[in-house]
Ligand binder design. Structure first.
Ligand SMILES: CSCC[C@H](NC=O)C(=O)O
Ligand SMILES: [Zn+2]
Ligand SMILES: [Zn+2]
Length: 396
């Protein structure tokens, strides 16, 4: 981040730093990760940056503060302000792509650690700040690859914090698991022929059957969500038909048609049974209907939110001490936490934003500067609490 010569008078320096970071165009499809200081390692021509604050007992398992540096594209004509200008309005709302997802968290981690160090705090466990690319496109060149790297193992991470979602109310939301993303394309082959005839065994008839099966199930799940008091989006399966392909001309019955779905499956669903269901729908649709996965996450690990779990106890007790109400949920989409949990490391998704509408990936994404600043103070309490979790019997 290039520092400017002067900043708005009276603006908190943390807010200025946040706005500077928002102006970096780390936006897909061609993110400019800039002069990312290469502090640690390079994988697949992309960069993971790690900043380490060594604890008094570095042999103990460490705390990971993870954030991704990339952001999703914008439809600029739909925005009130330039999405990369970090415009701040009279109420202190800062508009920019990444203001919620998740450049706020990156700067909050950094500023909290900075303040703790300035105050002369010494932590027992080591804290690593990790900045990873490409989360928004699946993490292949970021966290998915890096968790398998020997350099990652060496960090000896015991517990991780990563992104969550804003909460429009007074409470803050924390995520202890995620739904599994399955991206599937169903292929429907059929008999071709002239568009004027009743050809048997057409691709379109099979396609209709497939679409009906998936979308009927979608209706059921939507109903289940809307009729249950205690369900959130993370507790039901969503199905969305996102692509269709096929056909060459008005009067030619095509020999094949494809349809693609984005499925998000809660960790409580039996994935083998669910796939059998999909297989059954394809079979019922007609001969030779097949499917193929573009994403098929099978790991259903969730992080303990039992009051006896030492990490959760530290996190939740620190929140209680701040008079903060937590709402515990399953994250509806996918974040880098899924790769961390999959290797057995507990991870909590938490972006400290309350009184804030959920605007990630949306037009006019913004965060209020006071909410942002309060988040720094929260990490000032959370980080020492986590870094003070007593040594486990199996730790050195
Ligand atoms: C399944 S890889 C894509 C990850 C992406 N994450 C954020 O939006 C998502 O669609 O959930
Ligand atoms: Zn994100
Ligand atoms: Zn995102």
């Amino acid at each position: 981040i290039t520092r400017k010569d002067s900043y708005p008078e009276g603006e908190d320096p943390s807010v200025s730093l946040f706005r500077d970071y928002l102006r970096l165009k780390t936006v897909h499809p061609d993110p400019d990760y800039g002069e990312t200081p290469l502090l640690y390692t390079e994988i697949n021509n992309t960069f993971v940056t790690i900043v380490t604050w060594e604890g008094m007992n570095p042999a103990l398992k460490s705390i990971l503060l993870n954030s991704h540096t990339d952001v999703v594209p914008v439809f600029q004509e739909q925005w009130k302000y330039d999405a990369f200008s970090a415009f701040k309005d009279a109420e202190g709302n800062i508009y920019a792509r990444g203001s919620q997802d998740m450049k706020c968290v990156t700067i909050q981690y950094i500023q909290a650690v900075r303040r703790l160090k300035v105050a002369g705090q010494k932590l027992m466990r080591t804290v690593h700040l990790m900045f990873v690319p490409d989360e928004e496109v699946g993490g292949h060149k970021g966290m998915e690859t890096f968790v398998k790297h020997p350099e990652f193992q060496k960090l000896n991470i015991g517990f991780a914090l990563d992104e969550g979602l804003a909460n429009p109310g007074e409470a803050f939301t924390v995520f202890y698991g995620e739904r599994n993303p399955w991206w599937i394309t169903v292929h429907c082959p059929g008999s071709p022929g002239h568009g004027s005839r009743f050809v048997e065994n057409t691709a379109a008839e099979k396609l209709r059957h497939v679409i009906n099966s998936f979308l009927d199930f979608r209706e059921k799940e939507k109903h289940r969500l809307n009729t249950s008091e205690c369900f959130t989006l993370g507790d039901v399966t969503t199905v969305n038909m996102t692509m269709v392909k096929g056909g060459v001309a008005y009067n030619v019955i095509p020999a094949e048609m494809d349809v693609s779905f984005d499925l998000r499956i809660p960790p409580t669903v039996n994935l083998q049974e669910f796939e059998s269901q999909i297989k059954q729908w394809c079979k019922e649709a007609g001969d030779d209907v097949t499917y193929q996965f573009a994403q098929k996450h099978m790991n259903q690990s969730v992080t303990s939110i039992d009051e006896n779990d030492p990490w959760w106890k530290a996190f939740s007790a620190a929140c209680r001490a701040m008079n903060i109400t937590l709402e515990k949920e399953i994250f509806p989409a996918a974040t880098d936490s899924r790769f961390i949990r999959a290797i057995g490391v507990p991870a909590i998704g938490f972006s400290p934003m309350n009184r804030t509408p959920i605007l990630l990936h949306d037009h006019n994404e913004y965060l209020n500067e006071q909410v942002f600043l309060k988040g720094i103070s929260m990490y000032e309490r959370l980080i020492p609490a986590l870094a003070s979790v007593a040594a486990f019997p199996d730790e050195a």
